[in-house]
Write a protein that binds this ligand. Structure first.
Ligand SMILES: *[C@@H]1O[C@H](CO)[C@@H](O)[C@H](O)[C@H]1NC(C)=O
Ligand SMILES: [Cu+2]
Length: 125
């Protein structure tokens, strides 16, 4: 009898631990406004420096959609400021993009903007 009760307690403790872990995972998802108060604009390239990002975190891109956009692309496209065909283009002016694990790269592909530092690349843990 005491053995049955023992495993019931172990079982309950396991469930509590799992719930705690799940809760922490959810609690760690963060929302970041790209570029802070200045928003998504020129020379935003250094904005990710010193920050740590996790898969599931949300980036908010605030900008004037008449003069900017957000293109999600490969690191190679990011490095060369060239938009591959099929790249996802966001253009609402207040896009929310969820980070995936690994490399996440974005540019503005209006002519010359990426070259003027309107680009970010982030590695999400
Ligand atoms: C967006 O940019 C255009 C072109 O410069 C400008 O006419 C318009 O007023 C801007 N809109 C906002 C909301 O700033
Ligand atoms: Cu732009």
């Amino acid at each position: 009898m005491s053995q049955g009760r023992g495993s019931a307690i172990v079982g309950a403790a396991t469930v509590v631990c799992l719930l705690l872990v799940l809760h922490l995972e959810v609690a760690q998802a963060a929302t970041y406004t790209v570029g802070g108060a200045s928003g998504w604009t020129f020379n935003v390239v250094g904005w990710p420096n010193g920050k740590s990002f996790r898969a599931g975190d949300i980036l908010v891109f605030n900008y004037n959609s008449s003069i900017h956009n957000v293109v999600a692309l490969s690191k190679a496209g990011y490095d060369s400021c060239k938009t591959p065909s099929g790249a996802k283009v966001y253009q609402t002016g207040k896009d929310q993009i969820k980070l995936v694990k690994g490399q996440n790269s974005f540019i503005c592909n209006f002519p010359g903007h990426c070259e003027s530092g309107m680009k970010i690349t982030i590695t999400a843990a």
